[in-house]
Design a protein. Structure first.
Length: 79
């Protein structure tokens, strides 16, 4: 879905920017080599950015929990 018609910025662009490390709207725009022009898209970018960051953090937490469980299982197998 298009978030910014001025720059052709989509929700996929925002998600890709987050995967590349963006945490702020200015970083999302920089990833696409553009900037907010009329400003109507900023609220949408912020909303999608927050959701993408939540998903990224939840995935990281799940991965950490799985790694910890694997380490504990490995320690039990050695003992």
């Amino acid at each position: 879905m298009y978030i910014c018609s001025c720059n052709g910025l989509t929700d996929h662009d925002v998600s890709a920017a987050v995967e590349a490390g963006a945490t702020r709207p200015v970083e999302v725009y920089a990833a696409r080599k553009c900037r907010a022009q009329c400003g109507n898209c900023v609220k949408g970018v912020v909303c999608i950015l927050r959701e993408a960051l939540k998903q990224r953090n939840a995935s990281a937490a799940a991965m950490t929990a799985m790694e910890l469980a694997a380490q504990q299982d490995g320690a039990r197998a050695v003992a």
